[in-house]
Design a protein around this ligand. Structure first.
Ligand code: ADP
Ligand code: MG
Length: 321
């Protein structure tokens, strides 16, 4: 394919993930600016090291409100709204539970039930008090902690897209490790989509169930196979159920969301985890801009609808529904 000759790839390791940028021009300066932008937002949003704006909020829990950067404020406001949806599995105040499970870090055992229930009491999104005038955030109880780990990549992927648009770049791809945001198509010949692999759970990094094709859309996958530990013969993964304090346990191995904005992909992967296939598909029937690809433990691939992407199954041990 001659058009492949025009794709230039740039990579870096940021946010603990390999980052890949694809452009249709050789422009190291632009790539450098993109990686700097990612680093800038990572520094604002991280909860794993000080100083960051989110860490400042957490450190002031139960003490006083903290005025934050307007962008951080808007992201927190959006995350709070998602957390307050009826029966939402997404919770921006999940921090105390994430810290006690430590999944993906050094966690390797199930915390005592008493500790989980004590931490659960510190995760109410209602207790995240926002002030639109001041752009301040106040965690009303001592011990509360915001965790934006589920949405930071999506938010940043959208900012990279907006930055590239501002530089008159309308074709390209940014992959933040699980979050792929595409600009335009995959070739200067119009009508050529980008291909994004749907990973096979608990298999080698290059093993795919199939391929998702999109143009100018975000593709976000969240899987129980990404970060987990095994304890007494049972697997515990990193997406926690804010209603119980334990990892979400249902028929799913992964959820992929195709949408315009990657932040929506991030929020909806978590919401869909909480709902499962049947309820999730029913919910998305009224949401034309958000489409889901569910991969179940019994090897079904369920598409909620297919307006924004095409999907090609490659692994015949899976059944497309
Ligand atoms: P990744 O893409 O890094 O695998 P996800 O987007 O699936 O991660 O988000 C998982 C991360 O989000 C966890 O590591 C934790 O920090 C946080 N988290 C876990 N459970 C929830 C939840 N129910 N709501 C919001 N954030 C969560
Ligand atoms: Mg996510």
């Amino acid at each position: 394919m001659p058009q492949e000759d025009h794709v230039y790839s740039y990579s870096a390791v940021l946010m603990g993930s390999p980052i890949l940028l694809k452009l249709f021009q050789h422009n190291e300066h632009l790539a450098h600016q993109v990686f700097r932008l990612i680093k800038h937002y990572e520094n604002l949003l991280t909860v794993n090291r000080s100083p960051s704006e989110v860490m400042n909020i957490n450190h002031a829990a139960g003490l006083h409100p903290v005025v934050v950067n307007p962008a951080v404020y808007q992201l927190i406001k959006c995350a709070k709204a998602a957390s307050l949806l009826p029966n939402s599995a997404f919770n921006l105040a999940i921090g105390p539970l994430v810290k006690c499970w430590k999944i993906g870090f050094q966690g390797s055992s199930v915390p005592p039930a008493g500790e989980i229930s004590a931490r659960l009491a510190l995760t109410s999104p209602h207790q995240v008090i926002l002030d639109d005038e001041q752009h301040s955030v106040f965690l009303a109880q001592a011990g509360m902690e915001l965790d934006l780990g589920a949405i930071a990549k999506g938010y940043i992927a959208d900012r990279v897209r907006d930055f590239l648009h501002s530089q008159q770049v309308f074709q390209g791809l940014i992959n933040l490790g699980g979050n792929v945001q595409t600009l335009g198509g995959a070739s200067q010949v119009s009508g050529t989509p980008w291909s994004v692999g749907l990973k096979k759970p608990f298999a080698g990094p290059d093993e795919l169930i199939g391929v998702i094709e999109v143009e100018g859309k975000s593709v976000v996958t969240s899987g129980t196979y990404e970060r987990w530990f095994e304890f007494a013969g049972k697997r515990y993964h990193h997406i926690l159920d804010p209603r119980t304090g334990y990892p979400l346990d249902n028929e799913l191995h992964s959820v992929t969301i195709v949408s315009q904005d990657s932040i929506d992909g991030d929020i909806w992967t978590t919401l869909m985890y909480g709902m499962g296939v049947e309820q999730g598909c029913a919910c998305l029937a009224n949401k034309p801009g958000i489409e889901a690809i569910f991969v179940t433990k019994d090897r079904r691939v369920v598409l909620s609808s297919q307006q924004l992407f095409t999907f090609t199954l490659q692994d015949s041990s899976y059944q497309l529904v």
